[in-house]
Design a protein around this ligand. Structure first.
Ligand SMILES: Nc1ncnc2c1ncn2[C@@H]1O[C@H](COP(=O)(O)OP(=O)(O)O)[C@@H](O)[C@H]1O
Ligand SMILES: [Mg+2]
Length: 279
């Protein structure tokens, strides 16, 4: 594993907290279901996110993490409130926001390099520029020897590298990631977490990273936002100033882990209660 890029002093977001927000989420509410029994997935969510922040969005299953990410991506429109990026209201998906899903979302009939080039081809980027960009990304994501492979011939970790490269090809300032490493074994997961940190630090992206893993949230985030179980509201919004690379066995890491475990367990319990009472 290449840990070169991880030897970075303060988190970029330390200075960025005072910068004007890049993303403004203002009293967002999302209700599903219309007439029958509506589900209030999100209620009164307000967050300002500065350029360069790495926000871990944490909470138990069903608390609205994906819903918030989908609203940020422009895949769904909030029932109430608003989301703006660089002052412009989010109404549709846009090139300023790239999304990485848990289930890779690659085109199975295309090779790795074709998958990465796809978005640029659609955009009409000149072929020499596409080639240079794809070569660059294959190097950055350590995929060079797999450029002619098809997704079915790759491991889960490799596929997720391709999915990340494909999003990076369009160079969005904001990366939205929905449990992207959730399906990977723990060793691959850790490697990809480190790779992602390296990319985030060198490319200066804003990342909003959904996870239900407390350790992953602390290992990655400059900030951790915990959501409550239905309706999803903000339970806690915590800055994490731990130096990198972070040591998961270190005292302060443990303290944050304990604090967050209690918060998440409370919400998990509300989920269990709602489940057993048939709601
Ligand atoms: N398209 C939808 N229609 C109806 N209910 C939905 C839809 N999407 C999500 N929900 C509900 O909204 C709540 C939040 O879901 P989700 O955002 O997927 O949670 P998470 O990603 O935190 O697991 C859940 O109760 C889920 O069942
Ligand atoms: Mg989800």
């Amino acid at each position: 594993m290449d840990s070169e890029g991880l030897r970075v002093e303060p988190d970029p977001a330390c200075g960025a907290v005072h910068a004007p927000p890049q993303i403004q989420i203002d009293k967002v509410r999302v209700v599903f279901g219309g007439k029958g029994a509506p589900i209030i997935a999100l209620k009164d969510i307000s967050l300002n996110i500065a350029p360069g922040e790495f926000v871990s969005l944490l909470g138990p299953s069903g608390c609205g993490k994906s819903t918030l990410l989908n609203a940020l991506a422009g895949f769904i429109t909030p029932t109430g409130g608003s989301i703006t990026v660089q002052g412009a209201r989010v109404q549709n998906p846009g090139p300023d926001r790239g999304m990485v899903f848990q289930e890779y979302a690659l085109f199975p009939w295309m090779t790795v390099e074709k998958n990465i080039a796809f978005g640029l081809e659609i955009k009409g980027t000149p072929p020499p520029e596409i080639k240079a960009k794809v070569d660059d990304l294959l190097g950055l994501l350590k995929l060079k020897e797999f450029r002619k492979s098809f997704p079915k011939d790759l491991s889960g970790g490799m596929r997720q590298r391709v999915a990340i490269a494909r999003v990076l090809a369009l160079d969005p300032p904001i990366m939205l990631m929905d449990e992207p490493f959730g399906a990977l074994d723990s060793l691959t997961r850790r490697t990809l977490q480190d790779e992602l940190l390296r990319l985030w630090q060198s490319l200066r992206k804003t990342v909003i990273f959904v996870t239900h893993s407390i350790d992953e949230a602390i290992y990655l985030g400059t900030r951790i936002v915990v959501l409550t179980y239905r309706p999803g509201t903000i339970k806690c919004d915590l800055q994490v100033g731990l130096p990198r690379p972070r040591d998961t066995s270190e005292a302060e890491f443990n303290r944050i882990r304990r604090e967050l475990s209690l918060l998440v367990m409370e919400e998990q319990q509300r989920f269990t209660d709602a489940d057993t009472s048939g709601h």
